[in-house]
Design a protein around this ligand. Structure first.
Ligand SMILES: C[S@@+](CC[C@H](N)C(=O)[O-])C[C@H]1O[C@@H](n2cnc3c(N)ncnc32)[C@H](O)[C@@H]1O
Length: 187
């Protein structure tokens, strides 16, 4: 698995495909290990680097990742990477997440990782909202680097008193996490 992940990092560097950095990877793994979510959903798979990391972790308690990617070259590369990973607990859909029928979404979403078009973060969140529950964990990547583009999401969370936490994981970037089991409050 390490060999596959290293080859994905090399490919991403050569082709300028943005993938999660190491601190974000470690943060996701620690969240998954502690909370053991079942139904996981990812928006923005790219070549499936973060997807393989999530799927590998949740395979330990036999659960599934559903992921969406709208770039055809990335989707094709992701299919090869899936095959090489030998993980069987991943479903990858090709296309714009916002155009998919709600029927393709799991009945409930325990862990949601949003890492696609930054300006659409609020739209993704609202589309997933009917499937989220009190214990769901939601992670939005790159929210510090793309502060302006993700402003509508922050505005919505503040306006609706939805508690979230900014986690600065690298010098110039980080994630927002919504996790009712955490002790944080809006900030
Ligand atoms: C930052 S990359 C994802 C990186 C990946 N999560 C990782 O860390 O390995 C963002 C991806 O989101 C995809 N994307 C953007 N808008 C999308 C949409 N509306 N539906 C599905 N995928 C989308 C882009 O094609 C791109 O590959």
């Amino acid at each position: 698995m390490k060999k596959l992940l290293d080859s994905m990092i090399d490919y991403a560097k050569k082709r300028n495909v943005p993938i999660i950095d190491d601190p974000t990877k470690q943060y996701i793994i620690s969240l998954l290990k502690t909370r053991k979510p079942r139904y996981c959903l990812e928006i923005g798979s790219a070549i499936w680097y973060s997807s393989v990391i999530i799927a590998k972790e949740i395979s330990k308690w036999d659960w599934t990742l559903v992921s969406f990617e709208c770039s055809y070259p990335s989707y094709m590369k992701a299919l090869t990477n899936t095959k090489n990973s030998r993980l069987l607990n991943m479903i990858l859909y090709f296309g714009d997440f916002l155009k998919f029928s709600h029927q393709l979404l799991p009945d409930q979403i325990d862990f949601l990782f949003i890492d696609a078009e930054k300006a659409s973060y609020l739209d993704y969140y609202l589309k997933c909202k009917p499937f989220l529950h009190d214990e769901s964990i939601i992670l939005f990547d790159d929210v510090i680097k793309y502060k302006q583009k993700t402003a509508p999401l922050i505005h919505y969370l503040d306006h609706h008193n939805i508690p979230y936490e900014h986690k600065q994981l690298v010098d110039d970037d980080g994630v927002i996490v919504i996790d009712s089991n955490s002790s944080f409050r809006t900030g």
